[in-house]
Design a protein around this ligand. Structure first.
Ligand SMILES: [Zn+2]
Ligand SMILES: [Zn+2]
Ligand SMILES: [Zn+2]
Ligand SMILES: [Zn+2]
Ligand SMILES: [Zn+2]
Ligand SMILES: [Zn+2]
Ligand SMILES: [Zn+2]
Length: 1804
């Protein structure tokens, strides 16, 4: 009863605070008191009910603030919270650390000069305010979760703080908590504890059916689950929800599908749910009574049974539980903000969470509960912990200790978790383990190194096989293994820091404890994934190998650091070395590696370990052995060696045993590379490949070589050589009678095979064993020689040779540059991760010169300094076989070009360190000399089968190395450079002479068997003689040798040159043949257009016209293409070769029709109004140029019949193709797409080639009746007397107004009736001047129809039928639009208008204009064409209400359409239709359109802007004509603007003219293009040059037959035209248009649309998108992409923004956007990865190089390298040109044809 009363009393917020107040005073305040209050209000505010929209949940935030949060502040601050908090804040010193937590994808910056390691990063603001901007910084993108390290002294070697946080850094030190009033601290403590306990309890509350008892409301008794299931009735029906939880095991699709079924929601809602679940970690999907919710849950469970991915996590929860959880989440946020604001509270928070409590400190409990929480709840806690504990060093230490103590438990939880690492509390390790002082502290105090290693090892134990070795199965998923591998990252963090500045005994102990634990790990890896050589059959399946290498990849960095630590302290090194020896001994004794065989060589007998490489398992994984080698290299520095007393112990392996496994690995790799293990499949090949992978080889391949070098130095060299030969199975070879006694030949499959046998005594009998074939034997011998070269010669390793780390890297760079000049990115790969402080640029600059890319294309490359080529080592151990031969080829080429002898002698080597010096003896020991001598003798012996040039070369090379060594050793002994070498000095020449090598070498001179190495032989001989002091001894043989070698060389060179020339000649001939066969169509226009008398004759012959040809031949006359003064039009007969049947064909009406492949696409490239949804007006081209069909062609001609056959074949082939394979097709036959058979250019139609004669000029009378007023008047009369017919036929489409009403021409007679006699004559003369279209052959007619249908289908996106009035109109539209595009492209690229289009463009435009000019009678009935014509004329001349204003029409489009349509107006039969050909009527069409255009220009003219401009400075007076023009334009200006009722300000006439001339030029250019291609009239020279736009204006006018801009009588009082202008300007829509309310105003001159400008600095883009959120889900967008046409940001490749479209299904945001913005195709920049994608048609796409490069001229797709990127203008221009030229679909098809990419472009 008491309790109830108190609850009642607490109803109001004031009372609640009072009660807490009272209890606080009495010191009885506990957490329960707060909960009592929350119990009352939380459910009312936060509980969901059936009406809640779970996709957009909203709460009563005002009440929540007032009742729940303000009360807490009130209580803490006693009175006035705002005042008190302000005071507390003033006491606070702001945090010295920036600590900004990164969102995913946010740009982070690291400094390679100052960063302690690569995890030290800055946020954007701090970076911009820091000194690192001037350093070598890197830019990256956060994966989310980390925070800015600005202000952390331990993270930076220099400039640890930006200028923003600088002032904070000075304060710091003690917490401000001490300055707070104690009472406030007490109160805050009470609240914090209550909040933390409550939140932790609620968020981990397991009973989803009901609340903890003290939170249960007395009025609303929840039923327990048991009650419900048993059917007992609760007091009041409580509400429940079905809560769906996220996991990382089910795919998005699975979840969506499941939700759709279980919740019965739409696809869209299911996607939204799934998005929330993915982002937040859970979502309510149903609310109702228990049964409803439980049913939904069961459906989920039922659904998940069918999936192998396991069950979904779904709970039915009481709504009050949900409410309290929501509140708990908000409390955490509230607390975090409070801590952030008031620094002292952070200290308090740190104290509270680490205080011991009954069930452990809060911090521990939070960490342990991590995996029980859903995603957002975890993140909330993590953020609070970062804010509360990681911002200060002391609390960070406490946190680190707790974290480490819990580490094994946390990792175990994480292993079973189903969330990503970044959502796990274990991901916080990077924040603490990377701090050096904390890492040392943890290793010392908490044994952290051991704890982490052991946690990993415990999992390794579970994965051992019967042999006790780690083993992985390819067939079972390795999820838990992947998770436990994060331990290795943590190890790396711990060790990544500099080696400790000071070793303490405790630290040594902690370190070695961890080190020993790691040896356990290495021991179970030793011998992993071993292979046994397959003899008969191939391996059935390739065993798993990747996991082992991935594991080692991670470990290798840890090992590197471990060794680095070891090498910094003698005691640690000794103990570590001993530990490895002991471990190795244990491991080796398992295998019982004991010498069991004896061999005799060099007069000695050795006991050796027996092992058959070809029968026993061999493994490449020997991390333990290699660890020993790594440590061994450091011994010398402390005066230690293998035999030192420190390492004397019972249980240690001999050097023979140590070497054994490494030797096997080395032999295995060389044999696999030589192809001797082919039957073992690709797994082994891959392993060998990774063995020398640049990232890990330093700990694998290099260590093996070092072990061999160790053994060579410590063992008897003869024994070493014999062991090697024994392992290779070639030890019998030294026997003098080897070839004679042991060789056998047999037949295998009819082929003779030679092999070797050995005979052994077994049980008194002689048994013969097969050994190896000749080939195998030779390979083995070659490989052994290579191993010896490496043992003797690879000294670039600190500890092995007297070199530094930098020397080694320089050597790597030199060897790399010997292959070819190399870009920076490739060189930087040579520097592996741990050396990130080494600057590859600095090293490269020492050995090479950087050459920037030429003409902005390609990458910049480093080129080796010439003097360093002598360092080139052809047998460099890091070369792959391919690199080795490429380098050799490159070096030989270089020498040949420099006219040097082609010999590639061995380089000078750095000296060995004293510890390794004895390894040199392998080259001069008895056994080795025997080997070398045998190589030489058997080379000379032609009966010996074991011989190869390679073997000979390697032997020579090794001798050369030894001679170099001898030379240096001798020089070192005399010169006082460095300490004198220990005697005896190295000497090869003497022993070589003694054993007969010198003579044997001499004997080889001139031997043809080794002629290819004659130069090296000469080099060795010369050096040998010099060292033996025999320079003068053989004067007669020496020069002859080199001469002989030289002449041999010359002969071979000459032969090679001859061969090259022959091949080249053949190729050229083939090329020529190909060109003549196929490329006639591509011949240059000059060749295609013959000039002079001959051409005239031919032209006359073909056209049969009587025109006066002398005009055409007159070169001085200015060409005019339009009107009465039109120049002669050459009509060259066109000849094309069919690319399909190769027959050459003349295009004429009597020959079979020809076509060329073409591609019509809907385009918005020139659009002025991308957002427009207006339909295509059909009758005219809209001035917005939005969504119009564009036509392009590759210009390749074929017979129509050949093409049809070809296309049918393509269709049939595609139909046969399985449906699933069609998915990623580069073209779609369903859309009638195909590839040009010759150039593979994407096409979807053909353009017929129209015989030139059909558009030739009809030689009729040409009366000078040029009067545009009469012409317009006549047309107006025709409109006025149009017969309007209503089409009542049943099939007519009544919904379309235009269709129902049909206009019929009144006929010429009717028009003339309403004119005076004189006008009539003039009018008749003007409308009669077109070309009669000649008879068009049927096959060409068919092709015309085929073509004409396509623009209509593409442009209107639907099916159309022949006879549809829109067919010819859309065809004319595509002609106009294509010419517009051509004009803009030429303008954009600055090329002259009428030249250099290239043959492809020329033929395309010529044929396009010709087809458009002649197709009307073919594709439309006369009546339909007339109706269209009258429809357009009525719109234009009558300006009916409801019709478009003139500002809606594109003036040039009008030219093209009017010229074609007006020829039909008075025709009486279809035969009478004439083609536009530059006639007088065409001139009038141009004038009318020009007038309309001028009106547009003057209407849209920005007067204010114009008056601000200065007229162009001209020296000379304006010509009379110019003044007329000025005058006329000024009149027109006044007329137009006053009629339209817009501002008529005073404008100076010259300025106006200058402006108008500029504005009208693009229109004139389009007209010039059109009539040039239509008529073929040659262009004036001025238009063949790249003149500036303004200078082209007068020439264009002249070419078009216009004297000036003035349209006659247009401004005359009461003329027909003046009336018309007034009519245009008074159109009711003009006003709204100019006010901008009818969409964007189109201003002139039409500017060229380009892709949006991009910032020079790429990081600007990164920062721009870091603020971008997904527009549909409000969450972060993972793949933000930018449309480069309009700049809009899109949330790409994500379910949240997918859109459903017909026939295809779901498409991503980019494709959806492009349907609007780009009519289906466009260019997208994915900003986080710096990738550019071209997308076409929702399903196709391709990647192209992004327009950003670093200072080395290299791109960074995926931002892996992180160098600062800047705009690469050339590339962006290229992209821009491609886009303007409408080349994207074609480019995508081309790229898709070339690639096998499986990208699902649709999802982008
Ligand atoms: Zn920052
Ligand atoms: Zn900062
Ligand atoms: Zn820096
Ligand atoms: Zn053909
Ligand atoms: Zn082609
Ligand atoms: Zn989205
Ligand atoms: Zn766009």
């Amino acid at each position: 009863m008491m309790k109830d009363n108190s609850s009642e009393a607490m109803k109001s917020d004031v009372d609640a605070v009072a009660i807490w107040e009272a209890k606080f005073k009495k010191d009885t305040l506990v957490g329960r008191d707060f909960r009592e209050y929350w119990k009352l209000h939380v459910p009312t505010i936060y509980a969901p009910d059936e009406s809640t929209n779970f996709l957009h949940i909203s709460y009563d935030d005002d009440s929540a603030q007032k009742l729940l949060f303000d009360t807490l502040k009130q209580f803490i601050c006693i009175d006035n919270p705002a005042e008190v908090l302000k005071h507390l804040k003033e006491l606070t010193t702001p945090a010295a650390l920036c600590g900004k937590v990164f969102r995913m994808g946010e740009a982070t910056y690291s400094c390679r000069d100052c960063g302690q390691d690569s995890t030290c990063v800055l946020c954007r603001d701090c970076f911009a305010a820091s000194a690192h901007q001037q350093h070598r910084y890197k830019m990256n993108q956060s994966v989310g979760g980390g925070y800015c390290d600005c202000g952390d002294r331990e993270a930076w070697k220099d400039s640890f703080c930006c200028s923003i946080h600088e002032r904070n850094a000075v304060g710091g030190g003690t917490s401000s908590l001490l300055k707070f009033p104690p009472e406030i601290v007490q109160r805050a403590r009470a609240v914090f504890s209550a909040v933390l306990d409550y939140s932790l309890e609620m968020l981990t509350h397991e009973n989803t059916m009901g609340l903890p008892h003290d939170l249960r409301s007395p009025l609303e008794q929840e039923g327990d689950a048991d009650d419900l299931l048993s059917g007992a009735e609760p007091l009041r029906t409580p509400l429940y929800v079905t809560m769906f939880y996220n996991d990382e095991t089910h795919t998005f699709e699975q979840v969506i599908e499941c939700l759709r079924r279980a919740v019965e929601c739409s696809q869209r809602d299911a996607v939204d749910y799934a998005t929330i679940i993915d982002r937040v970690g859970r979502s309510i999907v149903k609310c109702g009574d228990f049964q409803t919710c439980n049913k939904a849950k069961q459906v989920f469970e039922h659904h998940s049974v069918r999936h192998s991915s396991g069950p979904y996590k779904v709970h039915v929860m009481h709504t009050h539980v949900v409410a309290h959880q929501t509140f708990a989440m908000r409390l955490l946020l509230w607390l975090k903000k409070l801590i952030e604001e008031v620094d002292g509270f952070r200290t308090l928070f740190g104290q509270i969470v680490t205080e011991p409590a009954a069930d452990g400190p809060v911090l521990e409990r939070v960490m342990k509960s991590d995996t029980q929480l859903w995603k957002l709840a975890r993140n909330q806690w993590h953020l609070l912990l970062i804010q509360g504990m990681l911002m200060e060093h002391d609390s960070k230490k406490v946190f680190a200790k707790t974290f480490t103590r819990l580490y094994p438990a946390l990792m175990r939880d994480f292993m079973c978790d189903d969330h990503n690492h970044s959502d796990s509390v274990t991901s916080l390790s990077v924040q603490i383990y990377t701090v050096p002082t904390i890492a040392y502290m943890l290793i010392t105090d908490e044994d952290c190194l051991f704890v982490v290693t052991r946690t990993f090892y415990d999992e390794c134990i579970n994965r051992r096989n019967a042999q006790g070795v780690l083993s992985f199965d390819a067939r079972s998923p390795n999820t838990t293994w992947r998770r436990i591998s994060y331990c290795l990252n943590d190890l790396r963090y711990l060790l990544n820091n500099m080696r400790p500045p000071q070793w303490t005994d405790q630290l040594r102990k902690g370190f070695l404890h961890g080190f020993n634990a790691l040896l356990d790990v290495l021991a179970v890896m030793e011998g992993m994934d071993s292979s046994v050589r397959q003899m008969g059959n191939h391996l059935e399946f390739d065993p798993e190998w990747q996991t082992a290498f991935t594991l080692f990849g991670k470990l290798s960095i840890v090992i590197y650091h471990l060794m680095d630590w070891c090498s910094s302290d003698r005691m640690v090194l000794v103990k570590a070395y001993r530990a490895v020896l002991r471990k190795l001994y244990g491991k080796l004794s398992e295998e019982r590696l004991r010498p069991s065989a004896t061999v005799t060589a060099a007069g000695k007998t050795f006991r050796v370990i027996e092992f058959d490489m070809w029968q026993k398992p061999v493994s490449l994984h020997l991390p333990l052995t290699r660890m020993l080698a790594g440590l061994h290299l450091h011994l010398g520095r402390f005066g230690l060696q293998f035999g030192s007393p420190e390492f004397e112990m019972e249980d240690r392996p001999t050097i023979q045993q140590i070497m054994e496994t490494s030797l096997r690995a080395v032999i295995l790799t060389t044999q696999v590379r030589a192809g001797m293990w082919r039957r073992n499949g690709t797994s082994l090949v891959s392993q060998v490949h990774f063995y020398s992978n640049v990232r890990i080889r330093s700990e694998i391949q290099d260590r093996d070589v070092q072990i061999l070098q160790m053994a060579a130095a410590l063992e008897d060299p003869d024994e070493f050589i014999m062991t090697l030969m024994l392992r290779y199975g070639i030890h019998h070879w030294l026997a003098p009678d080897f070839e004679g006694v042991m060789r056998r030949t047999t037949e295998v499959d009819g082929e003779p095979v030679t092999y070797f046998v050995e005979t052994v005594q077994e049980g008194g009998k002689t048994v013969t064993n097969f050994v190896q074939t000749v080939q195998e034997f030779t390979h083995n011998l070659e490989e052994m020689m290579l191993v010896l070269i490496h043992v003797f010669g690879e000294r670039y390793q600190p500890g092995v040779g007297e070199v530094t780390r930098e020397d080694c890297l320089k050597k790597e760079i030199i060897q790399c540059l010997c292959i070819e000049p190399t870009p920076h990115s490739k060189l930087s790969k040579l520097v592996v991760a741990e050396n990130h402080n080494v600057s590859i640029e600095q090293l490269a600059d020492q050995v090479a010169e950087f050459k920037l890319p030429q003409n902005g294309t390609g990458k910049g490359v480093y080129e080796l300094k010439p003097e360093l080529y002598s360092d080139y080592n052809p047998f460099w151990y890091h070369y792959t076989r391919e690199e080795q031969s490429r380098a050799e080829g490159a070096q030989r080429r270089r020498k040949r070009l420099a006219d040097e002898p082609a010999c590639l002698p061995p380089p000078q080597l750095p000296p060995f360190t004293p510890e390794f010096r004895a390894a040199r003896n392998v080259a001069v020991c008895r056994a080795m000399l025997d080997v070398l001598l045998t190589v030489l003798r058997r080379s000379a012996d032609l009966t010996a089968r074991v011989f190869s040039e390679t073997l000979f070369q390697r032997a020579l090379f090794l001798m050369g190395l030894a001679l170099n060594e001898e030379e240096r050793s001798a020089a070192g002994a005399t010169a006082d450079a460095g300490p004198p070498e220990q005697p005896p000095a190295f000497c090869f020449s003497q022993p070589a002479q003694q054993c007969g090598i010198v003579d044997a070498l001499q004997n080889m001179v001139g031997n043809p068997r080794v002629s290819s190495h004659a130069d090296l032989l000469a080099w060795v001989n010369a050096k040998l003689n010099r060292l033996l002091g025999r320079t003068a001894a053989a004067p007669e043989s020496q020069p002859s040798t080199s001469e002989e070698a030289g002449s041999e060389q010359k002969k071979r060179r000459a032969q090679a040159a001859a061969r090259r020339a022959r091949i080249l000649g053949q190729m050229q001939a083939q090329q020529k043949k190909f060109i003549t066969q196929n490329m006639t169509a591509l011949a240059e226009p000059e060749e295609a257009e013959p000039s002079g008398a001959l051409s005239a004759e031919r032209a006359a012959a073909v056209t049969g016209s009587a025109m006066d040809l002398s005009e055409g031949a007159e070169p001085d006359r200015w060409p005019v293409c339009l009107g009465p003064r039109q120049s002669a039009r050459p009509a060259a007969p066109a000849e094309y070769t069919c690319i399909l049947c190769q027959a050459t064909e003349q295009v004429s009406s009597t020959r079979p029709a020809m076509v060329m492949a073409a591609f019509v696409q809907l385009s918005t490239v020139l659009s002025r109004d991308r957002a427009s949804t207006a339909a295509n007006p059909v009758l005219y081209v809209p001035s917005s140029l939005h969504r119009l069909p564009h036509t392009s062609s590759c210009g390749h001609a074929m017979h129509a019949a050949c093409w049809q056959r070809h296309f049918e074949n393509v269709c049939q082939r595609e139909r046969r193709r399985a449906h699933r394979l069609r998915h990623n097709m580069s073209y779609d036959v369903q859309k009638r797409e195909f590839l040009c058979p010759l150039c593979q250019c994407l096409s979807n139609t053909v353009v017929p080639l129209v015989p030139a004669r059909m558009v030739a000029l009809d030689g009729d009378d040409r009366p000078p009746a040029d009067n545009i007023n009469v012409w317009v008047k006549g047309l107006q009369l025709a409109c006025a007397h149009t017969v309007v017919q209503v089409d009542e036929s049943p099939g007519a489409d009544h919904s379309v107004e235009q269709r129902r009403v049909r206009y019929r021409s009144p006929g010429l007679k009717t028009v003339l009736k309403h004119m005076t006699q004189r006008e009539g004559n003039q009018f008749r003369a003007q409308v009669r001047l077109g070309d009669r279209i000649a008879e068009i052959p049927t096959s060409t007619r068919e092709m015309m129809i085929t073509f004409a249908m396509v623009p209509c289908m593409v442009g209107l996106d639907g099916r159309v039928e022949l006879g549809d009035r829109r067919v010819p109109l859309l065809t004319l539209q595509t002609c106009a639009y294509t010419l517009h595009t051509t004009e803009q492209l030429l303008r954009h690229t600055g090329r002259p208008l009428l030249a250099e289009l290239g043959s492809r463009g020329d033929i395309c435009l010529t044929q396009l204009t010709h087809v458009c000019a002649t197709m009307l009678p073919v594709v439309a009935e006369l009546g339909t064409a007339q109706a269209s014509c009258l429809g357009l004329l009525r719109l234009l001349l009558d300006q009916p209400a409801g019709g478009p204003p003139v500002t809606d029409m594109d003036a040039f489009g009008l030219v093209v359409i009017l010229c074609s349509l007006t020829t039909t107006l008075f025709a009486e039969h279809a035969d009478g239709i004439q083609a536009p050909s530059g006639s007088l009527q065409d001139l009038q069409c141009v004038r009318l359109s020009l007038l309309l255009h001028l009106v547009q220009i003057l209407l849209t003219l920005d007067v204010a802007e114009l008056t601000r401009q200065q007229p162009m400075e001209t020296d000379d007076e304006p010509a009379a004509g110019d003044q007329d023009e000025q005058q006329w334009l000024a009149e027109l200006y006044t007329l137009v603007r006053s009629a339209a009722g817009v501002e008529v300000a005073d404008v100076s006439p010259p300025l106006l003219r200058q402006y108008v001339a500029g504005a009208v030029t693009p229109f004139l250019r389009c007209c010039a293009l059109y009539f040039h291609f239509l008529t073929g009239v040659r262009a004036p020279d001025e238009l063949l040059q790249p003149l500036p736009l303004a200078a082209q204006y007068p020439h264009l006018l002249r070419y078009l037959g216009l004297d000036s801009l003035c349209v006659p009588q247009a401004t005359d009082c009461q003329s027909v035209l003046q009336d018309l202008i007034a009519k245009w300007c008074r159109h009711p829509d003009i006003g709204p248009y100019l006010a901008g309310s009818r969409g964007p105003i189109v201003r002139y001159p039409l500017s060229v649309n380009t892709l949006i400008p991009l910032p020079v600095d790429f990081s600007e883009l990164i920062n721009k998108v870091s603020d971008f959120t997904c527009p549909s889900s409000d969450g972060e967008s993972r793949v933000p992409a930018m449309c480069l046409a309009c700049g809009e940001l899109l949330c790409s490749q994500s379910y949240c923004c997918q859109v459903q479209v017909e026939h295809i299904g779901q498409i991503g945001a980019c494709n959806a956007h492009l349907m609007r913005c780009g009519a289906g195709s466009g260019v997208m920049l994915r900003i986080r990865e710096c990738r550019v994608h071209l997308l076409v048609n929702k399903v196709r796409g391709a990647s192209v190089p992004p327009p950003y490069v670093d200072k080395f001229g290299e791109m960074d797709q995926g931002l892996n390298r992180g160098n600062p990127l800047t705009l690469w203008r050339e590339q962006y221009d290229k992209l821009n040109r491609l886009w303007i030229a409408h080349g994207i679909p074609e480019e995508v098809t081309r790229l898709m044809e070339d690639s096998f990419s499986q990208t699902d472009w649709q999802n982008l």
